[in-house]
Write a protein that binds this ligand. Structure first.
Ligand SMILES: Cc1cc2nc3c(=O)[nH]c(=O)nc-3n(C[C@H](O)[C@H](O)[C@H](O)COP(=O)(O)OP(=O)(O)OC[C@H]3O[C@@H](n4cnc5c(N)ncnc54)[C@H](O)[C@@H]3O)c2cc1C
Length: 409
């Protein structure tokens, strides 16, 4: 390599965002503008968010003071990136990665609007509804949540969905009456509307409705006592005779097939979260073993510790390669159930190992909130289960491989 080339490579290295955890330089796929937006996010997270995380995690409260400044960062469709169209998938992936690398609840809070709710509107709303709602979704002036899971139906929600929708035409106009319950709904307590999936009693098909959080008949209860994602607020929602006008029904959702199309598009976001969590845990562990001394030497100088560092880096690199490739494929318009299911399943398996190794090399301090790894270690368990458990994603891949559905419904 010429002296000039070495100089150029060194300059690029110095300005890299992910010089530790992105070993094969996936970030080189980002444009300069995209990296600048992510750099701004990094500064905000380091300066304003990080100092609040341990305390809020322990108290089980979301740091509400971060919400508006995060919205103001204009991350969903940043003006400087969207002159010629919507933000690219690779930028969106790294945005989630950056958030999750700092904290899984912050990433989940952001993707519940930018991923789940936005996808519900993008896939489920008619063109006219999208014209009205999408700009408000993007600037967060219409905050929404994705309410699919029920107390008695998680993995088998397609067949088991029991919330009902009954159409009525009376003095109050063309509307629907919803009855049922939803469980685990992330961010519901601060949302304007709840996207509720319910079964039409007339044709048995699943439909979707935007329900005002404060509508008569809606009750929200916080789920207490969580040991993962403690900062993220999850709600148990009860719906008793809730009236929703026909205009608030998502007109393009006419069966569970349409819901499946949403899940297919959203699952890759979770794979990016699982990748970011690993990066955060690995970096925190690496920092710790460089500082902490035992037997008169840094922990990081011991062979057995270095083996664990290498495995963590291998996992992060494998996960990042996987999500980048999936995102490139989706950018070409290829969306298959098995692709995002495989990515969610595999990145979560790698994540579970990475956070456990990180916790291990930090020793006793790895179970305190001081070093960050305990938070990543605990939070990983929620990510492992939400938006399709390991088993359900494996069954989706298995069905594609064999042509045989092993689901029992
Ligand atoms: C923190 C958190 C946030 C969430 N946020 C949301 C949200 O915003 N919106 C929303 O709608 N939902 C949300 N969920 C719900 C989530 O998607 C469900 O928890 C998930 O789909 C699993 O459902 P379940 O918990 O009812 O587990 P269950 O379906 O009861 O499964 C329990 C276990 O049995 C296994 N299992 C089930 N069926 C089979 C089978 N056929 N073969 C083999 N094994 C099987 C599962 O893999 C799992 O290991 C959230 C969950 C959590 C924990």
């Amino acid at each position: 390599m010429s002296a000039h080339a070495v100089e150029q490579a060194t300059a690029a290295e110095q300005t890299r965002l992910y010089d530790v955890c992105d070993y094969y330089d996936a970030e080189s796929l980002l444009t300069g503008d995209e990296r600048r937006v992510l750099g701004r996010l990094r500064s905000f997270l380091d300066e304003k968010a990080r100092p609040l995380l341990a305390d809020h995690w322990e108290r089980g409260e979301f740091p509400a003071e971060l919400a508006q400044p995060l919205i103001d960062l204009d991350l969903m469709e940043p003006a400087e990136l969207t002159a010629e169209g919507p933000a690219r998938g690779i930028y969106q992936g790294f945005r989630i990665f950056e958030l999750a690398r700092t904290d899984a609840s912050l990433a989940t809070w952001y993707t519940s609007q930018a991923g789940l709710f936005r996808t519900a509107i993008r896939v489920g709303a008619s063109a006219e509804q999208q014209r009205e709602w999408m700009p408000k979704v993007i600037d967060f002036s219409l905050k929404g949540v994705f309410s699919l899971t029920e107390p008695e139906s998680g993995s088998d929600i397609a067949g088991g969905l029991a919330t009902t929708a009954r159409r009525v035409q009376d003095g109050e106009g063309d509307s629907w009456i919803l009855d049922g319950a939803k469980r685990w709904i992330g961010g519901a307590s601060t949302a304007d509307v709840l996207a509720i999936f319910a079964r039409d009693v007339a044709d048995g098909q699943v439909k979707a409705f935007l329900v005002d959080r404060e509508a008569a008949g809606v009750t929200l209860e916080k789920i207490h006592g969580k040991t993962a994602l403690r900062m993220m607020q999850n709600a148990h929602i009860t719906l008793e005779g809730v009236r929703v006008p026909e205009s608030m029904r998502l007109h393009n959702v006419n069966s569970f097939r349409d819901v499946a199309a949403m899940l297919r598009a959203m699952r890759s976001d979770v794979a990016w979260i699982a990748t970011g969590i690993q990066a955060g845990a690995f970096e925190a562990a690496l920092h710790y073993v460089t500082e902490r001394q035992q037997f008169g030497r840094p922990l990081g100088s011991f062979q057995l510790v270095q083996e664990k560092l290498a495995r963590m880096l291998g996992n992060v690199t494998a996960a990042l390669s996987l999500v980048v490739r999936l995102t490139e494929q989706q950018a070409r318009g290829i969306y298959r159930d098995q692709d995002s299911a495989l990515a969610k399943m595999q990145t979560c398996l790698l994540m579970r190992e990475t956070v456990a190794l990180a916790r291990e090399v930090v020793g006793g301090n790895g179970i305190t909130l001081e070093t960050d790894v305990a938070r990543f270690h605990a939070d990983a368990e929620a990510v492992y289960s939400y938006e399709g458990t390991h088993e359900i994603n494996a069954l989706i891949v298995g069905r594609a491989l064999t042509g045989e559905s092993a689901f029992t419904r």
